[in-house]
Design a protein around this ligand. Structure first.
Ligand SMILES: [Zn+2]
Length: 74
């Protein structure tokens, strides 16, 4: 399994940012994910199908980003 296939980004409902959605990184593959999954920042989110606007507007979770960059993905 390559490094790129070990996680996926997905905008999920998260009220901690202004838009109401945040793009978090989740372990595994989107196709294999269930209805809820823990993101790399340690919080669990419901996985919905995002709209195109969600992808454009949702900010990236900095904690997920830092975790992946540091190689400490759980
Ligand atoms: Zn996150």
């Amino acid at each position: 399994m390559t490094n790129a296939a070990r996680y996926f980004w997905l905008p999920v409902a998260d009220g901690s940012h202004g838009y109401g959605l945040t793009r978090h990184a989740f372990p595994g593959r989107r196709a294999n994910a269930s209805t809820a999954a823990p993101a790399h920042c340690g919080k669990t989110f419901a996985l919905a199908v995002p709209s195109e606007m969600d992808w454009i507007c949702a900010p990236t979770c900095q904690e997920c980003n830092d975790t992946l960059k540091a190689g400490h993905a759980r």
